[in-house]
Design a protein around this ligand. Structure first.
Ligand SMILES: [Zn+2]
Length: 80
């Protein structure tokens, strides 16, 4: 099994979130995250932020958004 590694996964995570990678690159990152808690946690944070920022543009829920971001950062810090 090939693993693209954390460096590549993290470098491409933002493009992955924005669906800017080709199918093979997406698959590489998905495969990596399936086996890497660190990268999958980072992906979850990125996904949450991307989704919430999009939602916040449509409806204002600043307190909820702030709590989600703070909670996500706390979870990442707790792993470090
Ligand atoms: Zn990783």
């Amino acid at each position: 099994m090939t693993d693209c590694g954390c460096d590549k996964a993290k470098a491409e995570l933002e493009e992955f979130l924005h669906n800017e990678l080709d199918a093979q690159q997406c698959q590489d990152i998905r495969d990596h995250m399936a086996n890497c808690d660190d990268c999958s946690a980072e992906h979850l944070v990125g996904l949450t932020l991307t989704t919430k920022v999009k939602e916040a543009c449509q409806e204002k829920a600043p307190d909820e958004l702030k709590q989600l971001i703070v909670g996500a950062i706390d979870r990442l810090d707790a792993r470090a």
